[in-house]
Design a protein around this ligand. Structure first.
Ligand code: NI
Length: 169
């Protein structure tokens, strides 16, 4: 296993719509292992393949670091079956270091996905896990949390980012 480099905003791979996974061979197994190790090393509660430069529909989530009883979740080609309610949650992202923002998400979700062996699974989630699922699946469609905040907040983020870049931070 290896810790991979995490791509940061404004890397173009983060804006790309990732392609579905069609085979579950060694390359996918290795990528899942490397993504998992990269997520734990960061540390983060979730990581999507585009964040390590691979435009494939793969994400890993582990919210047990936040105190929840939940094993590592490997999601391949995930799709929402249901979204219910509204929750506002302070989110961060490994591709947007030192930035957090309150984001509105569905409170409860149901997701269908394939596990790392290609077996079809379903999960229902609420709270932090529901938010993590929406955040990571967003990555697979080329969306970052800054695409989910108000235009005013987004402009503010972009100005701050441009300024930080100028001053070499
Ligand atoms: Ni993220």
């Amino acid at each position: 296993m290896a810790v991979l480099e995490i791509r940061k905003y404004p890397d173009k791979v983060l804006k790309q719509k990732a392609a579905p996974v069609a085979s579950f061979g060694e390359d996918v197994q290795r990528l899942v292992d490397d993504m998992t190790e990269t997520m734990y090393a960061a540390p983060g509660v979730g990581l999507a393949a585009p964040q390590v430069g691979v435009a494939k529909r793969i994400a890993v989530i582990d919210i047990s670091t936040k105190g929840a009883q939940m094993p590592l979740l490997v999601l391949i080609n995930p799709v929402f079956l249901r979204k219910e309610g509204v929750i506002e949650f302070e989110e961060g992202c490994l591709s947007l270091p030192e930035y957090t923002a309150k984001v509105e998400r569905a409170e409860k979700v149901a997701v269908r996905f394939l596990d790392r062996k290609g077996k079809q699974m379903e999960i229902e989630a609420e709270g932090l896990l529901a938010v993590a699922l929406q955040h990571e699946i967003d990555h697979l469609d080329g969306f970052l949390l800054i695409d989910r905040i108000s235009p005013i907040k987004r402009e503010f983020f972009k100005k701050k980012f441009a300024k930080a870049r100028k001053s070499g931070k």
